[in-house]
Design a protein around this ligand. Structure first.
Ligand SMILES: [Ca+2]
Ligand SMILES: [Ca+2]
Ligand SMILES: [Ca+2]
Length: 170
């Protein structure tokens, strides 16, 4: 999905997960949003999240954006770990031999990354990994599950460019 302008509201409803740059089972997934002050919201597993070996990207260039993800769920520049990435399953070894990357890149703007709970009342707080002007890895480099050809990374940076996107411009 490529969106080239405007203030966009990417809010998921109902089960509200598995989207906005979400990969699963050897898929490549891209959400690229250029310009505008954008809002992203999901209850679970979304936004630059790779699961079960896949490549997932959420790339937002420009604007002051808000990212809201349900508390205690993976996402926002993450690659969910599974033990079969470290040790091949005897009857299904494929996931051991391949790679996965979950990536969130936000270039420019002052951005808000929040975790929320929406039970009896709505509560939100700063997301534990994702932050404005920060780089994070999920799993973290210090985590025992880090590596295994499975990487999640978030980059929120003031300026820069992505050569692969520039190639598409006139
Ligand atoms: Ca936009
Ligand atoms: Ca934006
Ligand atoms: Ca930023």
């Amino acid at each position: 999905m490529i969106d080239e302008g405007g203030d966009d509201n990417h809010e998921l409803y109902e089960t509200a997960g598995a989207a906005l740059g979400f990969g699963w089972d050897f898929a490549n997934s891209l959400l690229i949003n250029i310009g505008g002050n954008d809002i992203y919201k999901a209850k679970m597993i979304s936004m630059g999240l790779a699961q079960i070996r896949s490549f997932a990207f959420l790339i937002d260039i420009g604007g002051d954006d808000q990212y809201r993800l349900g508390a205690g769920t993976d996402g926002l520049g993450q690659a969910s770990y599974r033990p079969d990435f470290a040790k091949p399953r005897k009857l299904g070894p494929y996931t051991y031999y391949v790679k996965s990357l979950g990536c969130l890149i936000d270039i420019g703007g002052t951005d808000l990354y929040l975790s929320y709970e929406d039970n009896e009342k709505y509560l939100e707080e700063s997301h534990p990994n994702a932050k404005n002007n920060a780089v994070w890895f999920a799993p973290a480099k210090t985590d025992s599950t880090y590596g295994n050809n499975n990487f999640g990374v978030g980059i929120d940076i003031d300026n820069g460019y992505i050569p692969e996107i520039q190639k598409w411009e006139d």
